[in-house]
Design a protein around this ligand. Structure first.
Ligand SMILES: [Ca+2]
Length: 110
């Protein structure tokens, strides 16, 4: 499954473009703009599994840094600071990675 099977290519382009400047990433606004916020719980889980590149069942810190590329291959990487901020917001149980339920919560909170 590709991200564009779940989300509109146009929304992805707009959302990625809105945070193209360094250290401008805001996951709440991004999840809203990209259309993820209004997707079903099932579709949010499908998006999680696309972002979990190595299929470990978790989005680890290195995968989190490439989260925008998961939406659009030509998007930028997050800075170390943005990655840490996003991990802190998403990692509710403090194990240093984001599971599917934590991801769903993060999207629901946005
Ligand atoms: Ca993973």
């Amino acid at each position: 499954m590709a991200m564009t099977d779940l989300l509109s290519a146009e929304d992805i382009k707009k959302a990625v473009g809105a945070f193209s400047a360094a250290d401008s990433f805001d996951h709440k606004k991004f999840f809203q703009m990209v259309g993820l916020k209004k997707k079903s719980a099932d579709d949010v889980k499908k998006v999680f599994h696309i972002l979990d590149k190595d299929k470990s069942g978790y989005i680890e810190e290195d995968e989190l840094g490439f989260i925008l590329k998961g939406f659009s291959p030509d998007a930028r990487d997050l800075s170390a600071k943005e990655t840490k901020t996003l991990m802190a917001a998403g990692d509710k149980d403090g194990d240093g990675k984001i599971g599917v339920d934590e991801f769903s919560t993060l999207v629901a909170e946005s």
